[in-house]
Each structure stands twice: as structure tokens, then as C-alpha cells.
Design a protein around this ligand. Sequence first.
Ligand code: GDP
Length: 309
Amino acid sequence: MFDSLQDRLQSAFKGLRGKGKLSDADIDAVAREIRVALLDADVAVPVVREFISNVKERARGAEVSQALNPAQQVIKIVNDELVRILGGETRRIRFAKNPPTVIMLAGLQGAGKTTLAGKLGRWLKEQGHSPMLVAADLQRPNAVTQLKVVGDQAGVTVFAPEAGNVGAVQQSSGTQSIGDPVRVARDAIAEAKRTLHDVVVIDTAGRLAIDAELMKQAADIREATQPDEVLFVIDAMIGQDAVGTAEAFLEGVDFTGVVLSKLDGDARGGAALSVRSVTGRPIMFASTGEKLDEFDVFHPDRMASRILD
Ligand code: GDP
């Protein structure tokens, strides 16, 4: 995903090779190239501004070092700044003291929530948990089936409303839903307590674009279930829209962490790199493919190294 950014940064650093102490003009020149590389990769403008200002300040203040030549020093500073905008520390799931831990997924339709539910289920099981996936995306009947499929693949229990058991629910927009997602989510938590599942992952409905009803539904589920984590899933391929979408979900639902999906794509991806800085919420997981094992805990330092390698 970050191939172009990677190339551009490498070429910016190339100009510093063989230099002794860097002059202000050298620093300005490399900072300018880094700035353009970040902007071209779709990193959000305010994030770039702060990034460049920090790089310049630290490069000017850098001591002459025995261990690192000036080019290496600048690379280290850029690395540190990348780690900083990506959140610094790895942030892990906070499990509830009294199970079940409730993890709610939110995001636009197509962001990768249902796939993520399967991935999380598989991962949690590997960590020794007993997860239950909950089909609270009742907007599309297919979503329930899709969750059952990924649940099966992951070998994880799926809680879904029975087909014959729910009536269609008329919504204010006139659209129909095959049940009440708030009720399903509540029932699922009660069922998880009864059946000793210690983590409940709630898949919620998305729309293709931000809309008030979607936000309200997600906020209602949040209110009713008091999740320990609300993970906002963002498709890294949507480019600059990622930042606006994240801000809208922050305001409409609020979330405790971000999952970057589709990092295997060839889009520019810089907007996804901005989401942490713009929302203040940590990136917790990254998805890199459709398969259930193409997923991992997000480590800011490893991502920074990957971009700079
Ligand atoms: P939802 O509408 O948010 O539940 O999104 P889905 O989980 O249905 O995912 C939408 C599409 O994206 C599906 O075709 C998934 O297979 C695909 N998908 C999900 N995550 C990834 C990923 O990390 N990489 C790629 N390449 N595709 C993904």
C-alpha cells in the first residue's frame, strides 16, 4: 500500500548522502520533499504540517553524532515522527473484569466489518478466549448469512435472530430491517453470559455513505450494550474520505479504537495513517486481505519501519 510513499521518502533521503553536518538549507530541502511525499500519499494536511515542523526542529537541533551520519539521523527522526502519528505504543484490547467483554464494530458498508468479525473471532479463539459473534447488521439479510459463513470458517459461535422469529421493522426512513438490532445485541449478551462466552463481537449495519439513521442505530446499540471497545473499521482504500468518515463516526457514535482494513490494496493510504492523529483514537488492528488470517495487531513501530524500509 505504501510503495509510492516509500520510494518518495527514499529519494528524499538520497540527497543527504555523503553530507557532513546539515545546513539549514539542506534541512529545508529534505523537509520540502518529505512534505510533498506525505501530501501525495494523502496524509491529511494538518498532520503533515506538524510532522514537518517537528522534523525540521529536531534536525536543526541534532547533535553531530559518531554513530549516525546526517542522512541516518534524518531517517531516524522521520521514523520517530511516523511512530508518533501512528500512536506510539501498541494499544491492546481492554478486556472487561466481569465477562463478557463486549466489542462493537462500526463503519461504512463495505469497510470490512463482517470480515473483521470473523478475523477477530479466530484471533480471540487463538488467544484462549471463547468468543461469540453477533449479527446485529439486520439491514441486509445477506449480512447475517455472511457472518454465519465467517463464523463457521473461524469455528466460532454466531448469535443471529432466527429467520422465522423476527418481524420486519419499519424504520423512519421507510426502509425495512429484519429485526431490532438493539434487541438482538442485548439478547446476545444475555446468551453469552448463560453459555459462558467471554467475548461478544457485535457486527453492526453500515451504509454506503454517512447517514443520520445509521449513526443513530449504532449509537443506540452502543448505549444499550455499553461496549468495552467500539472499533471503527475504515477501508484504507477510500483515500482522503477516510478522515471525514472517521470524524463523522467519532461525533455520531464515538469509538475507542480504529481498525485499518484493506491495507493490501494499492491505493495511497496516507489518509488512514492520519486517522489516529485526527481522531486521537488508537489504531488497534490492521487487515491485509480477505482471508481470516490476514489480520494482526497494529504496531506503530513496525508500520513505520515498513514504510521506511
Ligand atoms: P462490511 O460491509 O463492513 O461488513 O464489509 P465486508 O466484511 O462485507 O467486506 C467488504 C468486502 O471487502 C468483502 O468482499 C471482503 O472480502 C473485502 N475485505 C474485507 N477486508 C479486506 C482486506 O483487508 N483486504 C481486502 N483486499 N479485502 C477485504
